[in-house]
Design a protein. Structure first.
Length: 404
């Protein structure tokens, strides 16, 4: 069953781009502008996009239909090229109204569409495919949702929880109706900062496969993922990940301002901190604890200076390869989410910070410092308490503030 409520034409066109990969390169540069879109699509492609919207997103399809009726020649050609066979009743009704408007303007509308000169469009159910991605959580994990046709009818939704360093964490497969999946995904799109982002299916597959390749050898892949890997983790050779797509679009900014902005995003808890391994944090925590409880330092200000210096000293070791590269990758994937949310400046800041991590100069990396301090926040606060009055519990015993 098709959705009955509009999601906004730009968002609906992004869904169409995911479902119609051959038209995606023309749909996305139009940025939801119907006039620009009709110029970028050839007539047959425009008809396919319009048909998909009329079937899958009726309100948004009607909006595009109305806009294209006002475009001389190309708009009429796109409308007249839509194959009404198999379309639901509301879509056929909207198309009939459009034909009537064209006749009233003197456009010749055939009573019945001539036999097509190209292969018939696949059944909408068979062509349906889309994917969604969640943002990265504070530890670096995220969820991917890939919806594909089910040969037995309806659709199949794959839910994969994964992490670039911890591999594939969980995989579930659901066989259900398309309307139930669509409603579920729309709910996930309304979750504010945690809302999922529409993403090209092959980009999601490339991302999931990268995580699968990083999966620890001593831990078996989840059975459902192992059985479904050809569908969820096998992208065509050369497919870009979402991070690749945003980097190709926005480029890599230069200069220190991007790193400062990314560091502020970390401090505000909007991205990261994606902490390093437990042993790396424990080593820094023990150093902070020894400074905070030392009887050789009498000045509270001197203690604070030494604790901050300990953080700075730890950065090159904590953010050595391969962890620096992993952090850069996470920043690039976060840039994609920010870009899709129309936060281009924040996306560019993440790309600039990623470039700094890849360059390897952690000691001067403001984002690295902000991430390590955020990951060590409870330990740092406890050490500050020791500076002020001397707590009995050693700071290192608390462990890092990282999601489980």
């Amino acid at each position: 069953m098709s959705s009955q409520s509009g999601v906004g034409l730009p968002e609906a066109l992004e869904r169409a781009a995911s479902a119609l990969p051959s038209e995606a390169d023309a749909i996305r540069p139009a940025n939801g502008d119907p006039a620009q879109l009709i110029e970028l699509l050839d007539p047959s492609a425009a008809s396919r996009v319009l048909r998909w919207l009329l079937v899958e997103e009726p309100q948004d399809g009607a909006e595009l239909l109305g806009a294209w009726l006002d475009v001389p020649e190309r708009g009429a050609a796109a409308v007249l090229g839509v194959d009404a066979d198999g379309m639901p009743k509301p879509a056929r009704k909207a198309l009939r109204r459009a034909h009537h408007q064209l006749r009233s303007r003197g456009v010749e509308v055939p009573d019945s569409k001539p036999a097509p000169t190209v292969a018939k469009l696949p059944n909408v159910e068979e062509a349906f495919e889309e994917a969604m991605l969640s943002p990265l959580d504070p530890r670096g994990g995220r969820a991917a949702y890939l919806v594909t046709p089910n040969p037995q009818g309806g659709v199949r939704m794959f839910e994969v929880l994964f992490d670039d360093t911890r591999g594939i964490l969980e995989c579930r497969v659901y066989n259900t109706g398309r309307s139930k999946v669509r409603n579920f995904l729309k709910e996930l799109e309304r979750k504010g900062a945690l809302a999922v982002i529409a993403t090209p299916p092959d980009a999601v597959r490339a991302l999931v496969e990268r995580a699968a390749e990083a999966h620890p050898a001593d831990r078996p892949l989840p059975r459902a993922f192992h059985e479904s890997r050809s569908q969820v983790g096998r992208a065509p050779q050369g497919s870009s990940t979402p991070g690749d797509l945003v980097r190709e679009t926005l480029g890599v900014p230069e200069g220190p301002s991007g790193g400062r902005r990314a560091a502020e995003l970390v401090k505000r808890g909007e991205i990261g901190p994606w902490p390093p391994a437990q042993e790396a944090l424990t080593a820094v925590a023990e150093k902070l604890d020894s400074i905070a409880t030392s009887t050789l330092i009498v000045s509270a200000e001197q203690r604070r200076e030494q604790m901050h210096a300990a953080i700075d000293d730890a950065l090159p070791e904590v953010y050595a390869a391969p962890f620096a590269t992993q952090t850069a990758t996470r920043l690039e994937e976060t840039a994609y989410v920010l870009w899709k949310r129309e936060k281009d400046d924040d996306a560019r800041a993440c790309l600039a910070a990623a470039a700094a991590f890849r360059a390897g100069d952690s000691g001067e990396n403001e984002t690295a410092r902000a991430m390590l301090e955020k990951a060590l926040a409870p330990i740092f606060r406890k050490a500050e308490e020791n500076v002020e009055g001397g707590a009995d519990e050693p700071a290192a015993a608390l462990g890092p503030e990282a999601p489980r």
